[in-house]
Design a protein around this ligand. Structure first.
Ligand code: HEC
Length: 253
C-alpha cells in the first residue's frame, strides 16, 4: 500500500520536475512537517499549562476541575490557533501536504500522552493547602515527550545547554545546534538536518525566554527559585533551549 502511494508521489514529482525524486526526499518532507507539528503541539500543551498555572497553584482550592478532558479541549483549541489544524477533525481529514500520513498517526499519539500526564497529575493538582506543586509547563513537557517517545519510533524531547533536569541533557548533535543558536539573534525558524547518512532526520526548534520565565530562570543568578533550583540569571530574549524531534527515515513497517 505504502509503496503504491510512494510510487504515485514519485510519478507526480517526475511530472513536475522531469526528474525522478528519491524516496528519501519524499519522506524527508513528510517527516519534517510532522516534526514541526509535533513540536507545535508540545508547545501548545506548555501554553495551556501556563495559562492554568494560578489555578493549579491555588492553595485554597481542592478539586480544580482541570481534568484531562478540559486540558485536551484547550490543547486542541490552542493547537488550532497556532497551526490552523483542527485535531478533532483529524481522523476524517484527507491526507495532504498540510497533514501528511505520519502526522495523522503521531499527533493523536502526542495528545494521548499529554492527556495521560495530566491524568496522572490529578492527585497533585487537586491537593489543597499547597501552592506550588511543580506541575509547570517544563515538567509537563518533559513527561509528555518522554511518554510519547517511549510508544513511538519518533523521539521528542525538551533540551537546553545546561538543563535543570538531567534527562533533558542534549546529545552531541543537539548541543552543537544549541551552541550555534545561542550566539545568534533570535530565530523564528528551526534547524533541520539529515544525519547518519540520511537515515535520521533531526529537527531543533529553539525556545526563548519571555518575561514570565525569569521569575525562575532570571536574576539574581544562584538564588533559589520557587521550584528549588538555582536561577540561571537569564534575560528576556535569551535562548532557553529547544524542542527537538528525531525521526528515522528508513521505510516503516
Ligand atoms: C516556576 C518556575 C519556572 C518557570 C516560571 C519556568 N521554568 Fe523552565 N524549568 C523549571 C523547572 C523546575 C525545570 C525542570 C523541569 C523538569 O524537571 O523536567 C525547567 C526546565 C525548563 C526547560 C527544559 C530544560 C531543562 O532545564 O531541563 C526549558 C527549555 C525551560 N525550562 C524553559 C522555560 C521557559 C521558556 C519558560 C517561560 C515560558 C520557563 N521555563 C518558565 C522552572 C520554571
Amino acid at each position: 500500500m505504502r509503496w503504491c502511494a510512494l510510487f504515485s508521489l514519485m510519478v507526480a514529482a517526475l511530472l513536475v520536475t522531469g526528474q525522478p525524486q528519491t524516496a528519501g526526499a519524499v519522506e524527508r518532507a513528510e517527516a519534517e512537517e510532522t516534526a514541526r507539528l509535533l513540536a507545535k503541539l508540545l508547545e501548545s500543551g506548555r501554553t495551556v499549562i501556563e495559562r492554568n498555572q494560578s489555578l493549579i497553584d491555588d492553595p485554597h482550592k481542592g478539586e480544580k476541575g482541570f481534568t484531562p478532558e478540559l486540558f485536551e479541549q484547550q490543547l486542541v483549541r490552542e493547537f488550532q490557533a497556532k497551526t490552523g489544524i483542527d485535531l478533532a477533525a483529524l481522523p476524517t481529514a484527507p491526507v495532504s501536504i498540510i497533514i501528511p500520513p505520519m502526522a495523522k498517526e503521531l499527533l493523536p499519539a502526542l495528545v494521548q500522552a499529554s492527556r495521560e500526564v495530566v491524568r496522572d497529575a490529578q492527585v497533585v493538582i487537586n491537593q489543597r493547602g499547597i501552592g506550588y506543586k511543580n506541575f509547570i509547563p517544563a515538567t509537563y513537557g518533559s513527561q509528555a515527550s518522554a511518554r510519547f517517545s517511549k510508544a513511538s519510533h519518533v523521539r521528542l524531547k525538551q533540551t537546553a545547554i545546561q538543563p535543570r533536569n538531567p534527562k533533558n541533557e542534549p546529545d552531541e548533535y543537539e548541543a552543537s545546534v544549541l551552541n550555534w543558536l545561542s550566539g545568534r539573534p533570535r530565530a523564528e525558524a528551526y534547524v533541520s538536518e539529515l544525519t547518519e547518512e540520511g537515515r535520521t532526520l533531526r529537527v531543533v526548534m529553539p525556545i526563548y525566554y519571555a518575561k514570565d520565565c525569569l521569575v525562575c530562570h532570571g536574576a539574581p543568578k544562584g538564588d533559589l527559585d520557587i521550584s528549588g533550583y538555582p536561577k540561571e540569571g537569564h534575560n528576556e530574549g535569551d535562548l532557553a533551549g529547544a524542542i527537538t524531534v528525531t525521526a528515522p527515515l528508513s521505510p516503516r513497517k
